[in-house]
Design a protein around this ligand. Structure first.
Ligand code: GDP
Ligand code: MG
Length: 597
């Protein structure tokens, strides 16, 4: 491939502004797939992504584009996820590009993640092409949105393109803008190999597949590939590209984006952001990698059936290969047995991993209360990084507890501003800034992450009728008046439900958990007390009334098959229950009880 004719670009946008739809149109225009193969959101190939309509993993596709002047270009398109939990994936996609399309929904305008993504693109020195999408909508206001791009983002919008990814209007101009405005990749094919490990995943048939961007040199079958970070060494057996089908190639040169297969078995040997070089002629120094992604939310995952522990471990290992941003380590709990403590980038990330484990690996799981990482300053001078509320030392040994704070940016139409301020204040927020762009406000708050992980995003959507957008990054650790809230069922502590909360919120929080649990715990033959307590002091209490009569009684002496069916159903249901003393708690209750009203 002629290096001068390669263009590597990503599409960045706020969620739902039309990235995946535009990617589909571009693929179609370049005839990357036949009409028959084309289906909506072609690049979102995980079932879960299709169902949720969001892009989780960045995907790439190589396309041939014949420009009106007859020149044949090679375009590498990288689709990126838009949700705040996955900005890490965006950052790694951008590292492999020279330019990006900044897509803004012309009926919505600049949103919080539009901004966040622009900052990432500027960090990577990319050529940014502003594109207004959805101009087919009657509600589109391209002039207003152009002003926002200039005023809020500070980008020149005079050359912004007006398109409809849905109808295809203007998409040809997008391709022309890419080849004219995005620079060709630099790099020397004769220099020692220097390639970036962009992504890696586990394929059932091929083993570990690694996506790389070559900067210098050439990568080909037979290359002794050395990973500079992990020091792993493997003979490359195959290289190629995704067009979008996997297609073998003779070699990958500078500026090219493609995969390599090298019989790698160990998932930990391919770390995203690592530099790949040729052992026979190594490059002098590694590429600047990625900032490692740091999980900010932790929770325990336990198999509902203890016999599934090994299966769960295997599944977590495989998922981790496809998603290096999540972590896990073994943990055990008196109530839940053996499981894993897992770290995630956010709550959506947690839900997605949990759902994939249940769906793709057919595992029944119990998820414990998500928690952020606290720093516990102990009287003996040691600092404990607390990932699990149950590990909190006795208060007499504690000097202070620090909790992580975030800096959150919310963009919202003026009429909902009051609701947003109220929500942020309720969550112990401290206002940093408030500015306007037209009739939309941009509010910046410092907030304890602890107050955000459970349901802040859902609440924000509901108090603004879905009009607010939200983005955040870590700000730092600050001391807080924090206490451990224990949940007791029938007088027994349920360790998996322990929470760390701000003292001022212990009582309302405890009440809310108890009320929910009361409805989630099935009635027993006896009354069951549900309590929330700090130390030994009960701060909230509810009672699950006793069952009135035996529900199976009517089966006795009756239809035998019906009775057997009922028993089988009960047996299946049992697997999803956990025994606490004399009480069984359904698996679904663990996470459900923690949602706030
Ligand atoms: P992403 O989250 O940025 O990948 O957004 P999607 O591509 O999934 O699009 C979000 C929604 O907007 C989908 O329902 C699309 O059909 C719709 N959409 C995308 N582009 C257009 C457009 O140009 N016009 C209209 N009317 N709808 C669009
Ligand atoms: Mg998408």
């Amino acid at each position: 491939t002629d290096q001068k004719l390669i263009r590597n670009f990503a599409i960045i946008a706020h969620i739902d502004h039309g990235k995946s739809t535009l990617a589909d149109r571009i693929i179609q225009l370049c005839e990357g797939v036949s009409e028959r193969e084309m289906r909506e959101q072609f690049l979102d190939n995980m079932d879960l992504e299709r169902e949720r309509g969001i892009t989780i993993k960045a995907q790439t596709v190589r396309l041939n584009y014949r420009a009106p002047d007859g020149t044949e270009y090679t375009l590498n398109l990288i689709d990126t996820p838009g949700h705040v939990d996955f900005s890490y994936e965006v950052s790694r996609s951008l590292k492999a590009c020279e330019g990006c399309l900044l897509l803004v929904d012309a009926s919505q305008g600049v949103e919080a993640q539009t901004l966040a993504n622009v900052y990432l693109a500027l960090d990577h020195d990319l050529e940014i092409i502003p594109v207004l999408n959805k101009v087919d909508l009657p509600a589109a206001e391209p002039e207003r949105v152009m002003e926002e791009i200039e005023n809020v983002i500070g980008l020149d919008a005079t050359d912004a393109l007006m398109i409809s990814a849905k109808t295809g209007q203007g998409v040809g101009d997008v391709l022309e803008a890419i080849v004219k405005r995005v620079p060709a990749p630099k790099g020397d094919p004769k220099a020692p190999l220097q390639a970036l490990l962009v992504d890696s995943w586990y394929d059932q048939y091929l083993g570990v597949v690694t996506l790389t961007r070559v900067f210098d040199g050439t990568l080909k079958p037979g290359t002794r590939a050395r990973m500079l970070g992990t020091r792993a060494l493997h003979d490359v057996s195959e290289v190629g590209t995704f067009n979008p089908r996997r297609t073998k190639a003779k070699q990958l040169g500078p500026g090219e984006l493609g995969y390599l297969i090298a019989g790698i078995k160990d998932i930990d040997e391919t770390q995203v952001g690592d530099t790949i070089t040729d052992e026979a002629n190594p490059c002098a120094k590694p590429l600047e990698g990625y900032k490692p992604s740091v999980p900010v939310v932790f929770c325990g995952l336990f198999p509902a059936d203890a016999g599934d522990y090994e299966d769960l471990r295997d599944a977590l290992g495989k998922l981790r290969l496809n998603d290096s941003s999540f972590q896990f380590e073994p943990e055990s709990s008196p109530a839940l047995g053996f499981g894993f403590r897992c770290g995630f980038l956010g709550l959506l990330h947690l839900e997605i991993i949990q759902e994939r484990l249940e769906r793709e690996y057919d595992l029944d799981l119990i998820t414990t209360a998500p928690s952020v990482v606290y720093r516990v300053m102990q009287r003996n001078g040691e600092v404990l990084e607390l990932h699990n509320p149950t590990d909190l030392p006795d208060p007499v040994h504690i000097e202070a507890i620090e909790e992580p704070w975030i800096k959150a940016t919310v963009m919202v139409p003026d009429q909902f501003l009051g609701n947003v301020l109220k929500l942020c204040e309720e969550r112990r927020g401290r206002q940093v800034d408030l500015t306007y762009a037209g009739d939309r406000a941009m509010v910046v708050y410092n907030l304890p992450l602890n107050e955000v992980v459970y349901d802040f995003y859902d609440r924000l959507k509901s108090v603004t009728s879905g009009y607010a957008s939200f983005d955040y990054h870590m700000e730092g650790y600050h001391e807080g008046d924090l206490v451990k809230l224990d949940i007791l069922v029938n007088g027994e502590k349920v360790d998996a439900m322990a929470l760390i909360v701000h003292r001022s919120q212990a009582e309302p929080r405890g009440r809310s958990v108890c009320q929910r649990l009361k409805d989630l715990i099935p009635r027993q033959l006896f009354k069951v007390a549900v309590q929330a307590a700090i130390g030994g002091k009960v701060v909230a209490r509810e009672t699950v009334p006793a069952m009135r009569k035996d529900v199976t009684a009517k089966c006795y002496g009756g239809d035998i098959t019906r009775k057997r069916k009922l028993l089988e159903k009960q047996k299946a249901g049992k697997k999803k229950m956990r025994q606490f003393g004399k009480v069984e708690i359904p698996q679904s209750a663990f996470l459900a009880a923690l949602k706030m009203e």
